[in-house]
Design a protein around this ligand. Structure first.
Ligand code: GAL
Length: 810
C-alpha cells in the first residue's frame, strides 16, 4: 500500500495542473461508488488504471447518506472514504464532486425527501434553511475526508473538489437570489479549507477562485472565465443513459477519441469521462422519471465491469499517445493553422520538444493528405492524428487498433433434480395482501388529492388513494383520473378496472375507464406508482408526482358531462405495499410464511414470487433474465437489483446505420430496437452466497408476468477480435482468467468484414494463422507486432495492410 506521508501540492495555471511541482495531464473517469459494490471497486479501479487513467471521479449521494435528518449511513457500498482509499492504493488521483445536488440520473438529483419537507425551505437558492442544511452536509463530507487524510494537501488522493452542479444551466429563473446563492456556494466551499482547488461545472460566472468547467460531447472551444484557470472537461459524455422504453445508446470509440484529442489539441488540461463505469441503479436510486435500472452508459467498463471493446482499448492507446506529449502539451505554447478548410495543424512546443495534432473536422469526404516535415499523413474526415516530435504518427482517432470483444450470456443450470440439470427455477408465490386497500381502508385521510412524493417521503414507489361514493341507482359511468404519473392502477368495488403508464416523453396522463356503480356505497381504489423522481431543471423538485390535485371525476356516458368531481372528497391513504412493510423481499426476516407452494400463477397482478438458485460457478459477472415478467422490483438475498420492466419495449426504428463522423447525439448509433428495453439485470457476485447454495430471488410483480422463463446467466468474453494497421501492436485478451483457446481467423493483408464474419481479401500472408496461433493460443493475453517482421512481406499494392484476428476464449 502506498500511503504518502507527505502533503502533495496541487496548483494550476492556464496551461495545466501542477502536482508537486510537475505539470500533468489529467485523464479522469467517473465511477459512482453506489452504482457497483465494494467487492467490484478494486477491479474497476484497476481496469481504469490499465486503461490509462490517472484519476477517478465520483459524486456524493446525499439522499443515501442522510436518508433521515441527521441519521447518516456510510456503510457497505456507501463507504466513499474506502472508495477513495482504494483509488489511492492504485496510485491514482481522486476528484470529489460533492454537489450536493448531483443530477446524475439519480432519484431527485440526490436530495433527500426530508429536505424538501422542511418547512420554509427552497432548494438551490438563497434560502437560509436550505443553505444551512447544504453547509451541514458538505461540512460533514469534508470533515470525513479530512479525518481520513483524503485531500492531496494531507497526502491523500483528492486533487480537486466540486460544489453545486451545472447551476449555470438552470439559474436564470432564480434571478438575483440565484446569483447570491452561487456566490455563497463559492465562499462556503473555500471556507472549508481543503487545501485543494475547487471547481464549478457549467458556471460561466463562477466567482474566483472557483474554476468553471465544461460538460458536453465536445469542449474544444470552451475557455474558462479566468486567464489563470486550466481548461477542464468535467463531463465528456462517453455515451448516454437509457430510459424505460428507449433503445440502447452508443457513442463510437472513434468519436469519443476525436473529442478528447480535439480538446487537448486546443490546450485542454483535464478530461473526465462521464461515465468510465456507469453501473446499475440499484434499489430505487434511478432518477427520472423513467430512468432504467441499467446505467451502462456505453462506458469503457460495461455495466458488469467487463471491458467494453474496442472503446476501452482505443482510449487506452490515446492516453498513451497523449502522455508521450505531456511535457509539451502542458506548456501552453501552441499555434494553430488551417491548412485547407476544416483541416488544422496545431503545433505545441516546449523548449526543443514539439508535439503536433492534425485535425480534420469535416464530416465527410476523402482523407486529407497533409505534408509535414518531410512526412505525409493521411487524416480521415472527423479525425485527429497525433504526431510525436511532429514527425511520427503515433495515433489517429479514426484508426482503431484495439480489440473488439463479443460477450455471450451463458445460461447457468442448477442441480435441483437428481441427475438432471435445468435452468428452470421452482417458484413459490404470495399475493400482495390488498384486503384493506380494496375496501378503502387507509392509514390517514385528507380532503384533497395529495402530492405523492411528499406524502410518502419517498419510502416506497407506491401510494394508495381511496375514496367512497354513494349512488342511489346502479349505473355505468366513466372514471377519469388525471395524474402526473408515472403509473396508475384502478379498482372499483374491489374489482380491477384498468391501468395506464406514462412514457418518458409524456409524463402525465389522463386515465379513463367505464365502471359500474351499484346502489349504495362504492369504493374507488387508485394505486399510483412512481418510477424514479425528476432530477434536472430549474425548480425540478417542485414537479408534482402522483394524482396530486387530480382531478378525479366521474363522467357521464356522453363522455363529457362531469357527474361528480371527487377531487375534494375525503380520500384515505396508504403508503407502500403490505409486502413491503412485512419485508417479503428479505428472506432473512420472514416471520410470516405467506408463500404458497401451489403452481405459480401467470399474468397475475400484484404478486410476489420466490425461488431459490445456486450461485453460478466461475468469476464472470451474473445476470438474471427477466423476460416474460411485467414490471416490478427484484431482490437477491434481500439485496435490491432495482426495478424491472422487461415488458416495455424500445422503439422499433432507428437501429442500423452508425457513422462516427459528425456531431454525436443520443439518437445516433442506437441498438436494441423493438426489444425489451431492459431484459437482463445485474446480480453482483457479492449479493450471492459464496458456498454456492440456496440463494433467494424474490420478484414483486405489479402488472402481471410469467416467471417460468426467468433464468440466470454469466456474461463472459467468448470471442475476441482484433483489427490493427501495419506498424501497430495488436493486443488480444480473454479476461477473467480465461485463455485464448483457438484462432478462428487471422489474415495479414487486406481482410474484409467485421468481428464474427471476417473474410480474407485479395492479398494475404499465408503464415497469418500460424503466427498468431504461436503468439496467442494457451495464453490469457498476447501482443502481436503487426509488420513484415511477423508475417513476411506481402504485396497489397499501395494499400495500408491490416491484420484481422478472431480468437475464441475458454
Ligand atoms: C449532466 C449532469 C450529470 C448527468 C449528465 C447526463 O448535465 O451534470 O450529472 O446528469 O448530465 O448523464
Amino acid at each position: 500500500m502506498i500511503y504518502s506521508l507527505f502533503a502533495n501540492s496541487v496548483t494550476y495555471d492556464a496551461n495545466s495542473f501542477i502536482i508537486n511541482g510537475k505539470r500533468q495531464l489529467i485523464f479522469s473517469g467517473s465511477i459512482h461508488y453506489p452504482r457497483s459494490t465494494q467487492q467490484m471497486w478494486p477491479d474497476l479501479i484497476r481496469k481504469a488504471k490499465d486503461g490509462g487513467l490517472n484519476a477517478i471521479e465520483t459524486y456524493i449521494f446525499w439522499d443515501h447518506h442522510e436518508p433521515f435528518r441527521r441519521q447518516y449511513d456510510f456503510s457497505g457500498n456507501l463507504d466513499f472514504v474506502k472508495f477513495f482509499k482504494l483509488v489511492q492504493e492504485a496510485g491514482m488521483y481522486g476528484v470529489l464532486r460533492i454537489g450536493p445536488y448531483v443530477c446524475a440520473e439519480w432519484s431527485y438529483g440526490g436530495f433527500p425527501m426530508w429536505l424538501k419537507n422542511t418547512p420554509g425551505i427552497e432548494l438551490r437558492t438563497n434560502n437560509e434553511i436550505y443553505k444551512n442544511e447544504m453547509q451541514t452536509f458538505v461540512t460533514k463530507i469534508i470533515d470525513m475526508a479530512k479525518e481520513a487524510n483524503l485531500f492531496a494537501s494531507q497526502g491523500g488522493p483528492i486533487i480537486i473538489a466540486q460544489i453545486e452542479n451545472e447551476y449555470g444551466n438552470v439559474m436564470e429563473p432564480y434571478g438575483e437570489a440565484g446569483k447570491a446563492y452561487i456566490n455563497w456556494c463559492a465562499q462556503m466551499a473555500v471556507a472549508q479549507n481543503t487545501g485543494v482547488p475547487w471547481m464549478m461545472c457549467q458556471q460561466s460566472d463562477a466567482p474566483q477562485p472557483m474554476i468553471n468547467t465544461c460538460n458536453g460531447y465536445y469542449c474544444e472551444w470552451f475557455t474558462p472565465n479566468s486567464p489563470n484557470s486550466p481548461k477542464m472537461f468535467t463531463e465528456n459524455w462517453i455515451g448516454w443513459f437509457k430510459k424505460w422504453g428507449e433503445r440502447d445508446p452508443h457513442r463510437t470509440a472513434e468519436d469519443v477519441a476525436f473529442a478528447v484529442a480535439r480538446f487537448f489539441q486546443r490546450g485542454g488540461a483535464f478530461n473526465n469521462y462521464y461515465m468510465y463505469h456507469g453501473g446499475t441503479n440499484f434499489g430505487r436510486s434511478a432518477g427520472g422519471p423513467y430512468i432504467a435500472t441499467t446505467y451502462d452508459y456505453d462506458a469503457p467498463l460495461d455495466e458488469y465491469g467487463n471491458l467494453n471493446q474496442p472503446k476501452w482499448g482505443h482510449l487506452k492507446q490515446l492516453h498513451e499517445a497523449l502522455k508521450l506529449g505531456e511535457n509539451v502539451l502542458t506548456a501552453g505554447n501552441w499555434t494553430d493553422k488551417e491548412i485547407v478548410p476544416g483541416v488544422n495543424l496545431t503545433t505545441h512546443i516546449n523548449g526543443g520538444e514539439s508535439f503536433c495534432l492534425i485535425s480534420n473536422t469535416n464530416k465527410e469526404g476523402e482523407p486529407v493528405n497533409v505534408n509535414l516535415n518531410g512526412g505525409v499523413y493521411w487524416v480521415p474526415a472527423w479525425s485527429v492524428t497525433l504526431l510525436s516530435g511532429c514527425n511520427k504518427e503515433i495515433y489517429n482517432t479514426a484508426k482503431i487498433n484495439a480489440q473488439t470483444s463479443l460477450f455471450v450470456k451463458k445460461q447457468s443450470l442448477s442441480h435441483h433434480h437428481k441427475h438432471h440439470k435445468s435452468a428452470q427455477l421452482t417458484w413459490h408465490w404470495a399475493p400482495e395482501a390488498m384486503r384493506d386497500t380494496l375496501q378503502g381502508k387507509g392509514r390517514f385521510r385528507a380532503s384533497q388529492l395529495l402530492e405523492q412524493k411528499l406524502t410518502t417521503s419517498d419510502v416506497s414507489d407506491y401510494l394508495w388513494y381511496m375514496t367512497a361514493i354513494e349512488v342511489n341507482q346502479t349505473k355505468k359511468v366513466f372514471l377519469r383520473v388525471n395524474t402526473t404519473g408515472h403509473v396508475l392502477h384502478a379498482y372499483v368495488n374491489r374489482r380491477y378496472v384498468g391501468s395506464q403508464v406514462g412514457t418518458a416523453n409524456q409524463v402525465g396522463f389522463a386515465f379513463e375507464s367505464p365502471v359500474y356503480l351499484t346502489r349504495g356505497k362504492n369504493t374507488i381504489t387508485l394505486l399510483s406508482a412512481t418510477v424514479g423522481l425528476a432530477n434536472y431543471g430549474s425548480f425540478y423538485e417542485n414537479k408534482p408526482t402522483g394524482i396530486a390535485g387530480g382531478p378525479v371525476q366521474l363522467i357521464g356516458n356522453d363522455n363529457s358531462t362531469v357527474l361528480n368531481d371527487l377531487s375534494f372528497d375525503t380520500w384515505s391513504y396508504r403508503v407502500g405495499l403490505n409486502g413491503e412493510s412485512k419485508r417479503l423481499f428479505d428472506p432473512a426476516t420472514h416471520h410470516h410464511h405467506p408463500w404458497r407452494t401451489t403452481e405459480a400463477p401467470i399474468n397475475r397482478r400484484m404478486t410476489w414470487y420466490k425461488a431459490s438458485f445456486e450461485t453460478p460457478s466461475g468469476d464472470d459477472p451474473v445476470v438474471v433474465d427477466l423476460l416474460g415478467m411485467g414490471k416490478g422490483h427484484a431482490w437477491v438475498n434481500g439485496n435490491s437489483l432495482g426495478r424491472f420492466w422487461p415488458s416495455v419495449l424500445a422503439n422499433s426504428n432507428g437501429c442500423g446505420d452508425c457513422d462516427y463522423r459528425g456531431e454525436y447525439n443520443p439518437n445516433k448509433c442506437v441498438t436494441n430496437c423493438g426489444e425489451p428495453s431492459q431484459r437482463w439485470y445485474h446480480v453482483p457476485r457479492s449479493f450471492m452466497n459464496s458456498d454456492g447454495n440456496s440463494n433467494t430471488l424474490i420478484l414483486f410483480e405489479e402488472m402481471g408476468g410469467n416467471p417460468k422463463g426467468v433464468s440466470f446467466s454469466t456474461v463472459g468474453v467468448a470471442i475476441g477480435c482484433g483489427d490493427a494497421y501495419e506498424g501497430s501492436t495488436l493486443e488480444l485478451s480473454c479476461h477473467n482468467g480465461k485463455i485464448i483457446s483457438g484462432i478462428d481467423f487471422a489474415s495479414f493483408g487486406e481482410p474484409i468484414g467485421k468481428c464474427g464474419s471476417f473474410v480474407k481479401g485479395l492479398c494475404d500472408s499465408n503464415i497469418s494463422v500460424s503466427q498468431v496461433e504461436k503468439a496467442c493460443v494457451g495464453k490469457e493475453s498476447c501482443s502481436i507486432d503487426v509488420s513484415a517482421n511477423t508475417f513476411g512481406s506481402v504485396n497489397c499494392g499501395n494499400l495500408t495492410k491490416r491484420l484481422a484476428v478472431q480468437a475464441s476464449c475458454a
